[in-house]
Design a protein around this ligand. Structure first.
Ligand code: PEP
Length: 260
């Protein structure tokens, strides 16, 4: 059975003091919840990765970077490499987020390269895909998702399904307050899982965690997580406040406890 993953993407939010306060409070809260099958991950900005790992050391909270270079080292001003992240002891890294695809020319090809270099460095990619509103309205959701999957996994091997986490994030639902309905999300997740089944077989399809992202908040997370193919959330805005983070984690714990 798959666990539930609650991952907070802080994007370009929180300065040093805010990260310090927030992580200290997170550490306290994380130590009080004992459901091992709910995994927590937070993704602070690059400068605060080390501090966040120190403040959350010993707590069941993984740390993710929000991006990585596709290159291992060299003359790439402003970039951060997978070996650098590895040297910080990081476990996860988000790649292919729609904001990076939109503002930083991220392509399926570069997401594929980033996936490979992260895995080579024992960091689990949280790989994002999703369609725009225009694509959904034109009935292209399925073809766009399949094209993204084909591109991001071209020539990529998977054998267990825990080598990476996939995040389905409809672009029209990110930061807009407009969430996909649980049925729309389930439909996309089932299609994505079927793609993994066809390409990599039953074990990978059954084990891979597929997270939903797009205006997840305390009042909709329960219904979303009740869908059979939703294994958690990649959450932006609502992960920035402690009370909403705690409420979402508590809902996830309750749902996980009802699963056998
Ligand atoms: C995200 O940052 O991946 C995201 C889904 O943001 P929000 O929850 O704010 O829509």
């Amino acid at each position: 059975m798959r666990n539930i993953i609650i991952a907070g993407n802080w994007k370009m939010n929180k300065d040093l003091n805010e990260v310090e306060k927030f992580c200290s409070a997170l550490a306290l809260h994380a130590s009080t919840h004992s459901e091992e099958r709910v995994w927590l991950i937070v993704a602070p900005a690059f400068p605060f990765l080390k501090l966040s790992s120190q403040l959350l050391e010993g707590q069941p909270v993984g740390i993710a970077a929000q991006d990585v270079s596709a290159y291992p080292n060299g003359a790439y001003t402003g970039e951060v490499s997978a070996p650098m992240l590895r040297s910080l002891g990081l476990e996860y890294c988000i790649i292919g987020h729609s904001e990076r695809r939109q503002y930083h020319c991220e392509t399926n090809q570069s997401v594929r390269d980033k996936q490979l270099i992260l895995r080579k460095n024992d960091i689990i990619p949280i790989l994002c895909i999703g369609e725009t509103l225009e694509q959904r309205d034109n009935g292209q959701t399925e073809s766009v998702l399949l094209e993204q999957l084909d591109g991001c996994f071209e020539g990529v091997e998977l054998s267990r399904g825990d080598e990476l986490i996939l995040a389905y994030e409809p672009v029209w639902a990110i930061g807009t307050g407009r969430t996909a309905s649980p049925q729309q999300a389930q439909e996309a997740h089932a299609m994505i899982r079927a793609w993994f089944r066809q390409k990599y077989g039953e074990t990978v399809a059954n084990n891979i965690h597929i997270l939903y992202g797009g205006s997840v908040k305390p009042d909709n997370i329960g219904e979303l997580l009740s869908q059979p193919d939703l294994d958690g959330g990649l959450i932006g805005g609502a992960s920035l406040q402690l009370d909403s983070w705690e409420a979402m984690v508590e809902t996830a714990v309750k749902i996980m406890e009802t699963r056998i």
